[in-house]
Design a protein around this ligand. Sequence first.
Ligand code: T68
Length: 854
Amino acid sequence: ATGKEVWPKGDEKVWKAGMRGVDQDVSDITKSFVNHVQTSLARQAYNLDNLGAYQAAALSVRDSLLVNWNETQLNYTRKTPKRAYYLSLEFLMGRTLDNALLNLGLKDKYRKGIEALGFNMEDILEKERDAALGNGGLGRLAACYLDSGASQELPLWGYGLRYQYGIFQQLISPEGNQLEAPDPWLENQNPWELPRLDVTYEVRFYGQAERNQDGNGRATWTGGQEVLAVAYDVMIPGYKTKTTNNLRLWESRPKRGFDLNSFNAGNYEGAVESSNSAAAITSVLYPNDSTTFGKELRLKQQYFWTAASLQDILRRFKNTGKPIAEFPDCKILNSMASTHLSDDPSDAAIQLNDTHPTLAIPELMRILIDEEELSWDEAWKIVNNTFFYTNHTVLPEALEKWPVPLVEHVLPRHMQIIYDINLYFLQAVEKKFPGDRDRLARMSLIEEGYPKQVRMAHLACIGSRKVNGVAELHSDLVKTTILKDFVEFEGVSKFGNVTNGVTPRRWLDQCNVELSDLITKTLKVDKNVWLKDLTKLEGLLPFAENKKFREQWAAIKQRNKERLAHHVQSTLGLTVRTDAMFDVQIKRLHEYKRQTLNILGVIHRYLTLKGMSPAERKKSNRKVVFFAGKAAPAYYIAKLTIRLIVNVARVINADPDTKDYLQLYFLPDYSVSLAEVLIPASDISQHISTAGTEASGTSNMKFCLNGGLLLGTVDGANIEIAEEVGESNVFFFGHLTPAVEDLRYQHTYHPVPIEQKCPGLAKVLDQVSAGLFGDGAPYEPLLNTIRQGDYYLLTDDFDSYIAALAMVDEAYLDRDEWIKKSIRTTAKMGKFSSDRAILEYAESYWNLEPTSIA
Ligand code: T68
């Protein structure tokens, strides 16, 4: 190894003999638990409540994680493998204790130990707050990838921000309005993080950038505000492996906490002003899952995080003693440098999770040119070999753009570099397509207008070695729509697809213990084996024909429904009937996801039931519909949709004619932990975005993994799920992607009144307007999005949606056949493990190999 000596002191054997192991028996566990109660928490047996017991258990488990974590990091330092870094502004981790216990294989022992001390495992687990540092799919995907990276023994680190407040807590007012409250998740301290007060970097904002006189392209950036980034490390244990990777989250702090001059002059507020403005950078997660750009604090978050992460990556790289690229005389080398890495010059791969970390591209250019004194071409080559960009949306309104005047003000040197990148880039485009002015304007990093804006997707694309979408259809759309010109310019081989995946540890073994146990028993292989090679689930297929197996399968689904009903009863005081089909739609509220279509479908069903005779009603399928999801605080239409759902629920749950056949619930404050209860209980789940708008979806995979069937449009990963499980096991409806553009054109230029085009839907809208669910007036803006323009094509898809719902009802009446479909669905979900996805990134993108920690 080229690594320098990392064992600084004394005899390694003596050190090792003193180290704690992770192989523990129950008495070690109770000892460590009690020890933490006494010394870390300063409490005693008589006053220890469930929260205290959770904390003691967490601290004890953390000790075990630390042993593996230390060993993993030491191993990486010694072997200096190529590393990959996952830069994500969001990590939606959820709870940790249960997951850590399962990954370490210590859950049963802890259960015994905790019971001996008078506590119940489930009660303790419930005390943990979710770490909710994300909005939705993008953030949860990052969490699944960390789990899979460690489980597959990849040297993969995450970098993010340690927000003081995560995604807001959602409350629902008596009128049905969403209210937002802060999420002070660090309130009771966080046992899962390690503050590294020794790992800090300085980050500059504002100030002046002066180009050097000698024309070498370098500049000096001075003045402005300097803040400190402090590292907090979160241990990421792999499943049944020693490998325990790291998620490093940055906290902003003032470089100088206190302005002594102001203080001495009696200006107490002035004395802490700069300190407050520095601390504000990592104070809160932005709760928008698209749109609302242009906020200075968000730009500062993005730069703060990428600048700190790059400094950390470069420092670690320098410590390996390897030369950067094949430029052995640059300053970044230390004296131990000896090898050239010509095939794979970057030695580190950095994955950009959407465009949020794209400032890393000009920032690395700045470091290499201004500080390490590389030439532009040398620097650009390294940048181009280091970064990889994942796109998560093709919706034009969700593509990130920053106003040029804002970037110029906050990051003057980066604006210069972006202009330089653009200049060289457009020169190359002009050379390949001479005289094509329109093309230059379309491809430029700068969008003309007032103000001019920096197009971050273009910057991410040209600065990266590879670009990928997150499902086949989506990756095709990336190539044929938003980045079409770039495919023509750079060649199609730069553009790929990695279909998303989910971790089967959390999303099956942990959230659906009984099903996981039944699968293990049936497959007759060790749980470790199929949970790490999910294609093994195919072995379940023949058991779909086995009556006894089907009964066990159905009984587990039933108990999961009862668990959900119990949860609703104890949290909301509402009684859910469990002798009904459970129909679930849980995701961020967004017009393109079409929760509106679902609620209008529910109203349609209600009106149909009302129109039936009691005898007819008796023959119909009983159904309970669940919604959950947050709306961005400023997203008016999405909030109105929530209000409508809540008020429809109020009316129909109280209607004696129908309440035995149709119930409706909006479960507030959707979270990872709530998903863990909802998903295993679902018979059917809805993924009904307008075709071409949902990049992938990941909850669709989680539902199917848990034997829930899918009702959806031909969109995102729904398509690949259907390919795997067979079209006879999914319920598809609606127009296809190629038709969408045309339909929208029709809406604009040849509108047909809704009464004519879709009378069924018109009737539903009229009932809402007429006040069937309370005063209709507040809903008019929502209803008008459908009556006029109908951008998301509800009037085009409504009838086929209702027909698909009828097919679902019919299929459910043949319960035995339904269970077969459910088993076949789970059996064919092997492809959607995040292990498969992360290995694709490692092999096809990062050139990264697993490194086992002996
Ligand atoms: C989601 N995107 C996609 N974005 O919508 C979903 N955006 O189809 C896909 O499955 C998932 O990513 C994973 O690939 C998001 O979740 C955001 O949350 C987001 C946040 C801030 C700004 C923009």
